[in-house]
Design a protein around this ligand. Sequence first.
Ligand code: HEC
Ligand code: HEC
Length: 563
Amino acid sequence: MRLLPLMSAVRRLLTGAALTLAVTAPALAGAQPAADAADSGIPIADEAVRQACGSCHRADDQGRLSRISFRRTTPEGWQQTIRRMVMLNEVAITPEVAREVVRYLANNLGLAPEEAIPAAFEAERRTDDQPYEDADVHQTCTTCHSMGRIMSQRRTAEEWRLVTAMHQGYYPFTDFQAFRRSGESDEPQPVDYAVTHLTERFPLDSPEWSAWSATMRPPRIAGTWALTGHAPGLGAVHGQVTIAALPGADDEFTTQTRYVYARTGRQVERTGRAVVYTGFQWRGRSFEGAAEATAADPDGLREVMFVDRDWQAMRGRWFTGGYDEIGLDVALSRVGAAPLVTGVYPAAVQVGQTASLQLHGGNLATAVAGDLDLGPGLEVLRLSSASPDLVTAEIRVGADAAVGRRDLYLGQAALADALTVYDTVSRIAVTPDAGMARVGGVRVPKQFQQFEARAFHDGPDGEAETADDLDLGLVDVTWTVEEYATTFGDDDRRYVGAIDGQGRFTPAEDGPNVERSGNRNNVGDVWVVGTYAGSEGPLRARAHLLVTVPNYLRWDPTAVERP
Ligand code: HEC
Ligand code: HEC
């Protein structure tokens, strides 16, 4: 087996034994910084880090630890490296010390907001990988993990080279799979091209980091926040989060959250905890009802959010599931002294109809009907209730109200494009237009796929899918699964799984199925179809769904938040 000698080679490099590999000096963990990093590198003052890591990563006379001082990354990035140190490099470290090391490194060798936000999809565990500006690098580096893992790192030239050497040392097939091309060519190898590109694009030293690290501090975010969110398939959520500082800590918080799913009225209360890294990266976990896992909510929701520089807003994703695929997109706005409107439900109202509107936000208790201005053609009949975070207004949409969006004002609070006036539903759309689920439930978790159906008005030009189309929000549809015929007598539909009334597809069990021809797994591809009962007959839309095998080998980053 080729892997083992290479691994011991890595270890010998660390102890300083001379050895020549494709990987050359400096030794993978222990050498002096290379020339290009001579005046670079971030000194590490923390005793816990020096103690836990310094036996292999030697400090130089400027307090810089080899390897460690020459890269910056997210809390997840640090966590992942430490996990490898434990698993492959036999580092002994307790979870408590590891957490402190992650915190120190994420705060002192972290990312600035401008650096972290483009890679937020990685920490937010969004399953859709984003396109990357350089298609060649994308091709070379995303065979096994997402580009987000790379975009959330900053390194010296030497460190970009060494991390590719780490791949070649531990996973020799990387060369064959992605890093080097077969056959003769004068062109640089893909891995060399990638290292050159990444060195330029994601350097250790950046103006963003020097500016941010100079002003960075724990954010003072204790207080009341209005929550708005979107749960795919389930629609808008509105509510409130109360954040309290944990006594004795300035970057740790507890949370009490309550919210309602606007379409169904289902109410949820959660209790949670969070750490804010690098002055802006919220990492938390909350559980329904209790402060810890219960049978009803064994995993809770992981919370990944980014606090705005003015401490007035934060946004991100809360999620769960075997593949982190279930969750909601959230935005929090600080409730200060002034009235605040963060969302309206329903967000689309029909010409010539009356409607009962819920306005969610903060400091709303003293609102009166005269404060509410919905724009031309919309008449406020009365407010039927007003509490601090919810106002209910009865309104009438004039028969000649113009189709289009309306800004909303309530006293001095404003919400742009809060409400859409429409006359008819022109069409519906099912999103995502290509979904993926993975069979599971026996030996591995299932990966679910949530679909949603939205109604659209074609806008003034009367043409579908143009820039003036109006999104009317989620609508109730009847969901069905239909065959996507790729072969004679295709019968995937009978085996792949089922979709529920809210558009969530649950795949069938993993493992060979003796009832299928060829003893196949319950995999296949199908159409997911939504049918809406429109006023002028049913409207249909469909999306493609691929139901595939489990992800048996996962190169995923880990979570850093604690329960
Ligand atoms: C027992 C020796 C040992 C200890 C202790 C150790 N490491 Fe390492 N470290 C290595 C070796 C070997 C490598 C090179 C191979 C690799 O990257 O896994 C390495 C590489 C690294 C790298 C470069 C990885 C990259 O992504 O390019 C970082 C960063 C790092 N270690 C961080 C740490 C931190 C943080 C600690 C303390 C919690 C630590 N190490 C403790 C042996 C050690
Ligand atoms: C053949 C699969 C494969 C390819 C291709 C690949 N990687 Fe990786 N990468 C991995 C694995 C596996 C890990 C996790 C190693 C570990 O922590 O055990 C990883 C981890 C990383 C890390 C985190 C290292 C750390 O210490 O936290 C970085 C950065 C990275 N890869 C960069 C790249 C770049 C840049 C490329 C393209 C030049 C690339 N990868 C291509 C498999 C791959």
